[in-house]
Design a protein around this ligand. Structure first.
Ligand code: CUA
Length: 303
């Protein structure tokens, strides 16, 4: 949060430094005065001088200083909740992952993804937040402040990234057993790169090309994975778990918990409970190691 890559985070970081500087200066001043009256000049002072000191140093000075800091912090607030001007991203907190929908056209249909937020630089995107079951909180430290996600209610924020890069977001409201494992990747791109990515994200999943991936898809279809997960362009249309259409193109697996590799996918499929306690994803440890690898290769190939 002190290395801001977005306009809102820059404001928050300025606010932090101004407040910290103010606090340090005042702390030094108070301790200096205490030192002065106890060690350097411990003599009794005249009533007149004491009154001036109490009125000036105890009433006027703090009132003026605190009012100035208050005016400064209030003046920074309006931009923090400005309405977005283009893209709308709807994010829903689940246990313990993120349902993500991109709405480039508010009247159109959404492009569904999960566990990664992509945003373009140079424009203010509107972020609509919701939750199922329990309260979560959405936070991308390098881009802006936190906003709670509350079941049955819509909350919102907007973000204007200024720097291209890979960042990380995190749930910051205790939401159960795997709260600490509820993170997500954040990718900020130039508007052109973002547009190209969004067009790719809107397409159906690629069909497996090699024998191992084809075998993986057979196992996926035959194991009931499609009851919870959607892979667009196939028979898998489940809505319970994360959309897997372009799973392999995300930077992380299991909501910021694991790297997006075949071996991490194998670990995840074999024993999700160990990696994310309480997750609804069942273990597929009854599959043979070879089948597990094929399934992981198929999933990794969904780019
Ligand atoms: Cu979701 Cu903590």
């Amino acid at each position: 949060m002190l290395a801001p890559a977005g306009r809102d985070a820059a404001v928050l970081s300025d606010l932090f430094w101004v407040m910290l500087t103010g606090a340090v200066v005042l702390w030094l001043l108070m301790n200096g005065l205490m030192l002065y009256v106890t060690r350097i000049n411990p003599e009794k002072m005249s009533r007149r001088r004491a009154e001036v000191l109490i009125l000036g140093g105890g009433v006027i000075f703090p009132a003026v200083t605190l009012a100035a800091l208050l005016v400064f912090s209030l003046s920074e607030m309006p931009q923090q909740r400005a309405i977005g001007e283009g893209l709308i991203v709807k994010v829903t907190g689940e246990k313990w992952w993120w349902r993500v929908e991109y709405w480039p056209d508010p009247d159109g249909s959404p492009i569904v993804s999960a566990n990664e937020i992509r945003l373009p630089t140079g424009q203010r995107s509107e972020i609509e937040l919701g939750a199922n079951e329990v309260i979560h909180s959405f936070w991308i430290p390098v881009l802006g402040g936190k906003t709670d996600m509350i079941p049955g209610r819509k909350t919102r924020m907007s973000l204007e990234p200024t720097e291209v890069g890979n960042f990380r977001g995190q749930c910051t409201e205790f939401c159960g057993l795997s709260h600490a494992l509820m993170a997500f990747g954040v990718v900020v791109e130039s508007p052109e790169d973002f547009k190209a990515w969004l067009e790719r994200e809107a397409t159906d999943a690629v069909a497996p090309t090699d024998a191992q991936s084809r075998r993986g898809k057979e196992i996926f279809d035959g194991s009931g994975c499609g009851a919870c997960h959607a892979v667009r362009g196939t028979d898998a249309t489940g809505k319970v778990g994360p959309d897997l259409t372009h799973l392999g193109s995300r930077t992380t697996l299991a909501a910021g918990t694991l790297p997006m590799t075949v071996s991490a996918l194998e670990d995840w499929l074999r024993d999700p409970e160990r990696l994310k306690p309480g997750a609804k994803m069942p273990a597929y440890d009854h599959l043979s190691p070879a089948d597990l690898t094929s399934l992981a290769v198929y999933l990794r190939g969904l780019e």
